[in-house]
Design a protein around this ligand. Sequence first.
Ligand code: MG
Length: 312
Amino acid sequence: MTASARHVSIIEVGPRDGLQSEPEILPTPVKIEFIRRAIDAGLRRLEVTSFVHPKRVPQMADAEEVIRGLPQRDDVTYIGLVLNRKGFERAQATGIHEIGMAVVASDTYNQRNQGVPTAESVKAWLDIAKAAKAAGIRANVMISSAFGCPYEGEVPLSRVLALVDQVMEGDPVELGLADSIGVGVPDQVTEMIEAVRARAPGVPIRCHFHNTRNTGLANAQAAVAAGVASLDASIGGIGGCPFAPAATGNIPTDDLLYMLDRSGVVTGVSLPKIIETSQWLQAQLGRGTPALLPKAGIFPQVAEQFRAAAAS
Ligand code: MG
């Protein structure tokens, strides 16, 4: 396989998974500006909000307003996260292009996150997938905490594969595997992707990594090597709540893009523009973010005194 033949689509999840875990609530126009800048940098699929109860996630209470304010472009797909039928109906009313639904691989976490056991969320997904298809809305599904659960610990691969069988009945446009709490390691990523692909051949696979234990980028690299279609990332690596030491953000779009660019993986996204947006975002949040590229800069330029030597 030649490096130049590889393409990966980066799904920007900063406006949703990032901002929903930050303590600040950014004003709606700032969120819209964030999304506009991400599009300008070349991102074409963006998870822009979630349609969940505003009491549970006050950061996303302006979902409808955000969607209303977004630029309409044929080449951009906006994704809204939904966790139940009510959320889907709200999303549908906005005219959103795509919805994403999550089912958690462990019952305890599904219960805490969504208020019902996993089987109920699977049922809801199948119902939503059918309604979405009828309405001409793309629908993807993500298996959350597939690499480990904060309450139940190890999640057996057999459990993930059984869930794959169940959610595939909804014919998703994409099947996601999420390491929601950042416990996965590269070999586990490789093994899971190979097993999932054998179980559900043909469906594009998306991976969602968090950098909680500093394995996020290594996991992303393993996923690329295993041939995933898309990777979630958040500009600046936002999503880590500074008041909860165990909560850490998504893998930074900035750092992921550096790795992919230098590896010859084509994404269509401009790293200088991502860094610019990352710095802009820091100013909006009033503090630093976890991404390293905005601090280190892109690959060093040849210093003046070495230029002649390099040219000869
Ligand atoms: Mg997440």
